[in-house]
Design a protein around this ligand. Structure first.
Ligand code: PLP
Length: 436
């Protein structure tokens, strides 16, 4: 099929997510390899967002493809009451790479289901019902996870599930900037007291917030959250669906702050999205509860052999290719490239990154720091910038007044610099809109 045929037929019979269908203009994708993907007509794109920040090892890695093929030929499916070799080995491997005593896992189809099960678990374990979550967050599209989500994607699903209370983040947007860790923790403790500590089962947070802005927390914040959770008997759930598996230069972002959460959720980079898989990991003490109590959770595709085999092979690629160390080293290069953009382009209001997880926030006024597009909105300039990237074959996520720099971890320094050279030219569009 031609690209146009694929797009037309997809639009005729399938729905695209989070969009009014008349507004979508998808790129037709035929194949992908490494950091690139191609349309059927052969236009090449550099994947500067690892698709949805998930293809961390890069596209088309033959080691993972072979593992999936072998598993499909041997045992494509066994129901979740059975035990299979890939399930056994993946549990063992995750126990090895997860922080602290997180060493028991429940497998799901993706991140949202991992978070759903995490909050159920927290409620059973504590006998409390409230869940604290943050406004600048995304935790998934299912009933519970979209209620946990703080960003505007939640609005259409309200009232959602009962018992979710949102709190503010240390970050308040490009105009107001950041609270210190101490200020933010004091606000959090106040909310805990006002809600009643004995009613709160868990606090769920993205360790480094993803689609709400690559928000790297100020040092001390994550440790402080851990202390508050321990003080009030609240379980700390870290959603590492996006920040896990090397994206920040560590297996999990939480490792940067030396903290062990009670529950850790993951998906995306777990298989680099070659096959869909999510998981929640829990500390041994929490898992013990289910020795004589029923674990009331189930999915037909729980512990799917194909997905578990893909995850095992993917984790081996991270290890064989030293991708965590690479993300740290190239993360340093990216930090400099981002800083360079900020120095030379008046429309760049702030850049943030950790490892190969990066963002550029654009402003149209240096004094007021008015964003280039409003919260939850777009603008002519942001649309033009997105169109420029597309024309130039650079794929990345442009959202509100920001765009992301999250390439696969297998990118070379030269390829990274090439991507930034396109960005550098594109920013001339937004620079022209800046009021001096
Ligand atoms: C931090 C975070 N949590 C949860 C999810 C939901 O994962 P999924 O789309 O696999 O259900 C996402 C997806 O983008 C995410 O970024």
């Amino acid at each position: 099929m031609t690209g146009d045929e694929i797009v037309a037929l997809s639009k005729q019979h399938t729905l695209f997510e989070w969009s009014a269908q008349s507004n979508v203009d998808p790129i037709p994708v035929a194949r992908a390899k490494g950091i690139y993907f191609w349309t059927p007509e052969g236009q090449r794109f550099t994947d500067f967002n690892s698709q949805l920040m998930c293809v961390n090892i890069g596209h088309g890695d033959e080691r993972v493809v072979r593992a999936i093929q072998d598993q499909a030929a041997t045992l494509a499916y066994a129901n979740p009451f059975m035990a299979t070799e890939p399930r056994a080995l993946l549990g063992q491997k995750l126990a090895e790479i997860c922080p602290g005593d997180i060493d028991v896992f429940f497998f799901t189809n993706g991140g949202a289901e991992a978070n759903e099960n995490a909050i159920k678990l927290a409620r059973w374990a504590t006998g409390r019902h409230k869940i604290l979550a943050r406004y600048r967050s995304y935790h998934g599209g299912t009933a519970g996870s979209i209620t946990l989500t703080g960003d505007p994607r939640r609005w259409a699903a309200e009232p959602g599930i009962p018992g979710v209370v949102h709190v503010l983040d240390p970050y308040h947007g490009i105009e107001r900037g950041w609270d210190s860790a101490a200020q933010s923790l004091a606000m959090l403790e106040e909310v805990i007291q006002l809600e009643g500590p004995n009613t709160i089962a868990a606090f769920i947070l993205e360790t480094v917030t993803g689609t709400n802005g690559v928000l790297v927390p100020p040092d001390g914040y994550i440790q402080g959250v851990r202390e508050l959770c321990t003080k009030y008997g609240i379980l700390m759930i870290c959603d590492e669906v996006m920040s896990g598996f090397g994206r920040t230069g560590e297996w999990f972002a939480i490792n940067h702050w030396g903290v062990v959460p009670d529950i850790l959720t993951m998906a995306k980079g777990l298989t680099s999205a070659y096959v869909q898989l999510g998981a929640l990991g829990m500390r041994r003490g929490l898992a013990e509860m289910f020795q004589d109590k029923v674990f009331y959770g189930g999915l037909t595709y729980n512990s799917h052999p194909l997905a578990c085999a893909a995850a095992l092979a993917t984790i081996q690629v991270y290890e064989e290719d030293g991708l965590l160390a690479k993300a740290r080293a190239l993360g340093d290069v990216m930090k400099q490239l981002l800083a360079d953009l900020a120095r030379r382009h008046p429309s760049v209001g702030e850049v943030r990154s950790i490892g190969l997880f990066g963002i550029v926030e654009l402003i149209r006024d240096a004094k007021t720091r008015q964003p280039m597009a409003p919260f939850n909105g777009s603008s002519e300039e942001m649309v033009a910038l997105g169109q420029f990237f597309r024309r130039e074959g650079l794929y990345t996520l442009v959202r509100w007044n920001s765009f992301y720099t999250n390439p696969p971890l297998c990118i070379t320094e030269e390829q990274l610099r090439e991507g930034f050279a396109v960005i550098d030219r594109g920013l001339e569009i937004t620079d022209r809109a800046v009021r001096s």
